[in-house]
Ligand binder design. Structure first.
Ligand SMILES: Nc1nc2c(c(=O)[nH]1)N[C@H]1C(S)=C(S)[C@@H](COP(=O)(O)O)O[C@H]1N2
Ligand SMILES: [Mo]
Length: 312
């Protein structure tokens, strides 16, 4: 069997990552010699603006790991499948259909829909329900920016997302592994939360397909399965959407899916996680999982009246 390794990542992507790292090294070196106060005045605006207030300062998972260890069942159920099977996935032309309780329902070409939206980078912790986690620099924009453009009606209480249905490009959609298309949803306040992000890429640029390009959801205080990839449909609704995983195993996967070390998955504990840093000791040094994946200050108000044990 063919296993794709870091050496198969196009050199353009490696360049992008080393530039990114060098920029950080440069900031560190400059801080050491000049003191933090001087930094703002000597760095170009682009570099100074690189850190968002939401960024974690933990070491980032290297690009090679971010792009070769994935969950994306349309391209295979092994973590190493998507990097191989999604390699030729076409990112353009790409249309997104917006429907339901919204003032501007239509089918949009993605570049028209995103016109005028400023791209930014955010380094978020990501935690999969299977207990692996990564620190990923996402490239994209806050979902709230797009929602405000589309103008949902007050009757809209939830937003529903669906991955493209394309059996030719996504071979596993021919098999009933999940109920296709992959579906996810958020309550409107969750969708408007300042952390909620639409990623178009990683490490400062668009793509690659295995991480959900051309556009995927990122909700860092929830388990990874909420982060629906290759979104083709967005619907505003007053009914709680039934996600693909809720439909497949309702006792194991709920609508909220908030990262919670105190509520176990029925078949395993969620108290610890394995952070993939690209190091050889990753697998043998589990770390403690934090409530809401460490994002409590941004999200706890949304759940103050909700029993998260029942609403898992
Ligand atoms: N369409 C689609 N989206 C998906 C999945 C999938 O199988 N299909 N897997 C989910 C799961 S379980 C996780 S953990 C994340 C993984 O994202 P990553 O591969 O970019 O780390 O994608 C989520 N989005
Ligand atoms: Mo996951």
């Amino acid at each position: 069997m063919l296993i794709k390794k870091a050496t198969d990542i196009p050199s353009s992507e490696i360049t992008s990552e080393s530039l990114y790292r060098n920029r950080r090294e440069f900031i560190k070196a400059a801080s050491a010699t000049l003191g933090a106060a001087a930094i703002g005045s000597i760095l170009p605006a682009e570099v100074a603006a690189a850190a968002s207030k939401y960024d974690t300062t933990e070491p980032k998972t290297p690009l090679a790991n971010v792009t070769s260890y994935n969950n994306y069942y349309e391209f295979g159920t092994d973590k190493g499948d998507p990097v191989i099977n999604a390699a030729g996935f076409k990112l353009r032309p790409w249309r997104i259909t917006v429907s339901g309780m919204v003032k501007k329902p239509a089918t949009y070409a993605i570049d028209d829909l995103l016109k005028g939206i400023t791209m930014e980078d955010r380094i978020y912790r990501m935690r999969c329900v299977e207990r692996w986690s990564m620190v990923i620099p996402w490239h994209g924009f806050p979902l709230a920016t797009l929602i405000n453009k589309l103008e949902p009606l007050p009757s809209a209480k939830f937003i529903k997302f669906q991955t493209v249905l394309d059996q030719d490009q996504m071979p596993e959609q021919r098999r009933p592994i999940l109920h296709w298309p992959y579906t996810e949803g958020l309550r409107m306040d969750e969708a408007m939360n300042e952390l909620t992000f639409m990623a178009t890429g990683v490490y400062g640029k668009e793509g690659p397909p295995q991480n959900g390009a051309p556009i995927r959801l990122v909700t860092p205080w929830k388990y990874g399965f909420k982060g629906v990839k290759a979104i083709q449909k967005i619907e505003f609704t007053d009914k709680m959407p039934v996600s693909a995983w809720m439909e497949a195993a309702p006792n194991e996967y709920g609508f909220y899916a908030t990262v919670n070390p105190n509520v176990d998955h029925p078949r395993w504990s969620q108290a610890m996680e394995t952070r993939l840093t690209g190091g050889i000791f990753d697998q043998i040094r589990p770390i403690k999982t934090q409530m809401f994946n460490g994002y409590t200050q941004y999200v706890e108000k949304m759940y103050s009246t909700l029993d998260l044990r029942r609403n898992f």
